[in-house]
Design a binder for this molecule. Structure first.
Ligand code: AMP
Length: 408
C-alpha cells in the first residue's frame, strides 16, 4: 500500500477529471459504494475458486460477529447497490461508473499493490453487443485523451452455461493428457478451474497448452453470433484488436465477451484494463435476471504508462500571490489581506514562521508563487507597495487599501 504524495496527487486529479468527463460523454452516472461489504457477496460473485477469493481478500470478523471484506473489485458492490436500491426501476438500462480504492493481498511486485485504485463502468439491462464494444471504447478514449499511445485490445469469448460445461470437460480431458508438462499450480487447477490453466503466465505452461482446444471454437450458436457481432462492430469503428483464445480473466462471473487492454510499457503485469459480459451475475446476487457488461481499469498502472511515455504531468499550481511582511504590523496586514484574497477565491499565501524577508522570498519562489508583495512600515505609512511578478521581475505600484478587492 502506498501514499500518493502531493507531487503525484496533481496528476491523479487530472486523470480523474478525464475519467469523469469521458464517463459523462458516454452517459454513465457515478455510484459510490462502501469500502467494506459482507464477505459472502464476493464469494458468490467472483467465485470461491478464484485467486482473489481463495487467497487475496482482506477479510475479518467485525465486532458483531459478521464476516466483512475490503472490496477487491467494484462490480459486485455496484450490482449489490443496484439490486438493493431498485435502480432498475429508473429505466430499462442502467449505466453506472465508479472510481475508488480496491484491496487484494497479493504478492507485491511492479504493477501489483495491495491497495490500488480502479475506475470502471457497468451497463445493466441489455444483451446488445454494442454495449460490449462501448466498454472497450470508454477506457480507450480515456487513454487517448490523456495522450497514451500503443495500447493493445485483446478479445475472447468465454461462452455461457450452455456451451461452457461440455467444453470444460473436453479441456479437462485434454489437459490430463499433458499433466506432466504443466507447472504444479496448473496441475492443481485441471480439476477445479481448468480455464485458468490456459492463461497461466508460466512459460512452459504456455508452450504446453498452445494446441489445447479453445472456448472460442466451441461456442453455442448464440454466443458465436454475439462474438462475431462484437468483432464486426469493432472493425466498422476501425478499432484494431486481436482475438486471444487464451484470455480467461481471473473472475468467474464472465459470460460471452472477455477483453483486456494492454500496454507494452508495463512489465509482466501488462493489463491496463479488463472487462466483459456477466449475464447471470445480477440474478446470482438475488436480483431479477438482468444481463450486464462492464470493465475495470487500474489507476496505478495508468500512472506508470504516463510516466514511461513521458507524458507531462500538470504542474502543481503555486499561490497566485505571496505576501511578505517585515515587522509585526505588516505581518498582520499580510495575514488579513491573505484572508480577504482567499475569501475572493484567489490562491494566496504568507509566512507563519517569522522568517526574514530573504527567506520569505526564497519560500515564495520554491512554491512557484506568481507575484510577491513585500510590506514594511514605509509601505503601510504611504499606503502603496510594489507588486513584483516573479517570472519577469517586473514591478508595479499598487494601492494597499484596495489591493485585496482589486487584485485578480
Ligand atoms: P481485475 O479487476 O483483476 O480485472 O483488474 C482490472 C485492472 O485493475 C487491471 O488491468 C489492473 O490495471 C488493475 N489491477 C488489478 N489488480 C491490481 C493490483 N493488485 N495492483 C494494481 N493494479 C491492479
Amino acid at each position: 500500500m502506498r501514499d500518493i504524495l502531493p507531487d503525484e496527487a496533481a496528476r491523479w486529479r487530472a486523470v480523474e477529471n478525464v475519467v469523469h468527463q469521458v464517463m459523462q460523454i458516454f452517459n454513465y452516472r457515478e455510484i459510490r459504494t462502501p469500502v467494506l461489504e459482507q464477505t459472502e457477496l464476493f464469494a458468490r460473485s467472483i467465485g470461491e475458486l478464484t485467486d482473489i477469493v481463495s487467497k487475496e481478500m482482506y477479510t475479518f470478523v467485525d465486532r458483531s460477529g459478521d464476516s466483512v471484506t475490503l472490496k477487491p473489485e467494484g462490480t459486485a458492490s455496484a450490482l449489490r447497490a443496484y439490486i438493493q436500491n431498485n435502480l432498475a426501476e429508473q429505466g430499462l438500462l442502467t449505466k453506472l461508473y465508479y472510481l475508488g480504492p480496491m484491496f487484494r493481498q497479493e504478492r507485491p511486485q511492479a504493477g501489483r499493490l495491495r491497495q490500488f485504485h480502479q475506475f470502471g463502468a457497468e451497463a445493466l439491462g441489455a444483451m446488445a453487443p454494442e454495449l460490449d464494444v462501448e466498454m472497450m471504447l470508454i477506457p480507450l478514449m480515456i487513454y487517448r485523451n490523456l495522450g497514451v499511445v500503443q495500447t493493445g485490445l485483446l478479445i475472447n469469448s468465454v461462452g455461457c452455461p450452455r456451451c461452457r460445461p461440455p467444453y470444460r470437460e473436453l479441456l479437462r480431458s485434454e489437459l490430463r493428457k499433458i499433466r506432466a508438462q504443466l507447472s504444479v499450480d496448473s496441475q492443481s487447477r485441471i480439476e477445479q478451474n481448468p480455464f485458468r490453466v490456459l492463461d497461466s503466465k508460466d512459460e512452459s505452461d504456455r508452450k504446453a497448452t498452445r494446441s489445447m482446444p479453445l472456448m472460442k471454437d466451441h461456442l453455442c450458436a448464440e454466443c458465436s453470433a454475439h462474438f462475431v457481432r462484437v468483432q464486426e462492430l469493432l472493425k466498422n469503428l476501425k478499432i484494431s484488436f486481436e482475438i486471444d483464445g487464451h484470455l480467461v480473466r481471473g473472475l468467474d462471473y464472465y459470460t460471452k465477451t472477455a477483453f483486456e487492454i494492454t500496454s507494452r510499457d508495463l512489465g509482466s503485469q501488462n493489463a491496463l484494463a479488463g472487462g466483459g459480459r456477466y449475464d447471470l451475475l445480477v440474478e446470482e446476487l438475488g436480483g431479477k435476471p438482468t444481463p450486464g457488461v462492464g470493465f475495470a481499469a487500474g489507476m496505478e498502472r495508468l500512472m506508470m504508462v504516463l510516466e514511461k511515455q513521458n507524458i507531462a504531468a500538470p504542474g502543481a499550481a503555486g499561490p497566485k500571490v505571496f505576501l511578505i511582511g517585515i515587522d509585526r504590523r505588516s505581518r498582520t496586514w499580510a495575514f488579513e489581506t491573505v484572508c480577504a484574497l482567499r475569501a475572493r477565491g484567489i490562491p494566496s499565501e504568507t509566512d507563519y514562521l517569522e522568517r526574514s524577508v530573504k527567506a520569505q522570498l526564497r519560500e515564495a519562489d520554491r512554491q512557484h508563487a506568481e507575484f510577491v508583495l513585500v510590506i514594511g512600515e514605509e509601505e503601510l505609512t504611504t499606503g502603496t507597495g510594489k507588486l513584483k511578478e516573479m517570472k519577469t521581475g517586473k514591478e508595479q505600484a499598487i494601492s494597499l487599501g484596495t489591493f485585496a478587492k482589486t487584485f485578480s
